[in-house]
Write a protein that binds this ligand. Sequence first.
Ligand SMILES: [Cu+2]
Length: 131
Amino acid sequence: MRPPVIRAAALTALAALALSACGGDDDAGGDRPPPSASPGGGLVVGALDSLEFDSERYQAEAGTIEVTYENQGSLPHTFLVEGHEDDLELEVRGSGATDNGSITLPAGTYTVYCDVAGHQAAGMAATLVVE
Ligand SMILES: [Cu+2]
C-alpha cells in the first residue's frame, strides 16, 4: 500500500520544484517577449512566396522592438537583421506559421532579409528604419 502513495507525493514535490525553478528566472536568454509588451509598438512582417516581404520598408521605434513574423505563403522563410544575426532569427515554416521575438536596436537604417538559400538574392530583403 505505502510505496505508490509515497512515489506520487515525491513526484508532486519534484514537479512543484521544477515549476518554481522555471518561474523565477524568465529573463535569462528567453526568446519569448514579456507579456507586458506594449501594444502597437511592435513590428509585424509578412513573408510571401514571391520571395518578398510584404513591404519594402518597415519602421520601428529605437529600443526594444517586438517583431512578429507571419508566413503569408507556404514556403519556409526566415527573418534576420543584417549585422545583428546573433540577436534575432525568426523562422516560419508552413502556411500561416508565425514566430516572434525581440531585438534592441539604436536609431539607424537596417537591411532585413531571409537567409533561406536563394531568397535574399531573389529579392527577399527590405529596409528597416529605426528612429
Ligand atoms: Cu524566404
